[in-house]
Ligand binder design. Structure first.
Ligand code: SF4
Ligand code: SF4
Length: 330
């Protein structure tokens, strides 16, 4: 078995978006030596870089070159800055890349991210397309844009790129959290305007009737934050339990997957054992302080039925396709 690794090389960023989950009390960097330890201790098939703006890591080039030489498939999520700043050679080292666009209009995007970001993300898409690097829009689905998922799908189609949607998780603030009805309206709108390449959001997958709702989180998917802490998901609340770190990985190897966080992420809540979604998203439950309960967006727990028509699209070989809770459409 090989692992899909997500890593925030740093939480440094040139922007300060209100919906961001990264900690801002101090700036940290995962060292190059730590990257080597991860690759030596785990069978890594792919690495997705996220959290901060990764090019702000002083050893970014060295890390990309090392991972590329090891033939690890690479992806990076960016607000446009990393994608516009790295060299052509480094850009082409990525299997595919993602640019964050949460709104289908300049005014809304710049309102969230700052003046000039709309132009920057469009330039980043053009640059990646010119370099023949597959590029996706990465959108965070929130209570402020749930009604625009169909517009975002059409924007991606106009730009000739893929759209990947992640559900907002209330790590730092509830201000962007979706209500139950907003959550499902968002997917109805999204699927009404697009075809589905893949969906690994466990709850949506269950409602789509796709089966295999068992989430990869804490099983084949492992996350390292900028402090070198090992977690099953970037949104996992650390609480009072000490997470393992890359120093522990150097000693324990794959046994780090037996840590309490990973056990909790894998466990199906007993009252959802008969539920088609098998408890949905563990981080969402943990963040709500209801790890042992149903996912707050579970329709079965409410006796509700969701009508979610969708059309399939051909498969695409994207780094983050099936290894985190995400929905990819064209
Ligand atoms: S660009 Fe991304 S990492 Fe930076 S503040 Fe915004 S959401 Fe956070
Ligand atoms: S489904 Fe998995 S990766 Fe996604 S937010 Fe939940 S725990 Fe994290």
């Amino acid at each position: 078995m090989s692992y899909s690794v997500g890593i925030g090389l740093t939480n440094a960023c040139n922007l300060a978006c209100a919906h961001c989950y990264r900690p801002t009390d101090r700036i940290d960097y995962v060292s190059f030596a730590d990257i080597q330890t991860i690759c030596e201790q785990l069978p890594v098939s792919n690495i997705g870089m996220g959290t901060g703006e990764n090019i702000l890591h002083p050893q970014f080039n060295q890390i990309v070159e090392y991972l590329h030489e090891r033939t690890i498939k690479l992806s990076i999520a960016s607000n446009g800055h990393s994608l516009m700043t790295m060299s052509d050679e480094h850009l082409r080292s990525f299997n595919d890349v993602e640019v964050s666009i949460d709104y289908p209009s300049r005014a809304q995007q710049d309102g969230m991210r700052g003046p000039g970001n709309w132009d920057l993300v469009l330039q980043a898409i053009e640059r990646c397309q010119a370099q023949a690097v597959p590029v996706s829009i990465l959108a965070t689905l929130m209570c402020t844009n749930y009604h625009q998922m169909d517009e975002l799908a059409r924007l991606a189609q106009q730009l000739g790129v893929i759209l990947r949607v992640n559900v907002y998780q209330a790590v730092r603030t509830d201000a962007y959290r979706l209500s139950y009805s907003q959550f499902w309206e968002a997917y109805q709108r999204l699927f009404s305007a697009s075809r589905v390449v893949s969906c690994s959001e466990p709850l949506v997958r269950a409602v789509m009737g796709l089966g295999e709702v068992e989430s990869p989180c804490g099983r084949t998917s492992i996350r390292f934050n900028m402090r070198g802490q090992i977690i099953p998901c970037v949104y996992w609340p650390l609480g009072s339990t000490n997470p393992l770190t890359i120093a522990d990985l150097a000693i324990q190897g794959e046994a780090v997957m037996q840590h309490a966080f990973f056990e909790q992420a894998r466990a199906v809540p007993s009252n959802a054992a008969a539920c088609p979604c098998q408890g949905g998203c563990a981080s969402r439950r943990a963040l709500s302080g209801a790890l042992a309960d149903h996912d707050e967006y579970c329709p079965w727990a409410r006796g509700d039925t969701i009508d979610l028509p969708w059309q399939p699209a051909p498969e695409l070989n994207l780094v983050r396709g099936r290894n985190v809770c995400t929905t990819i459409v064209v």
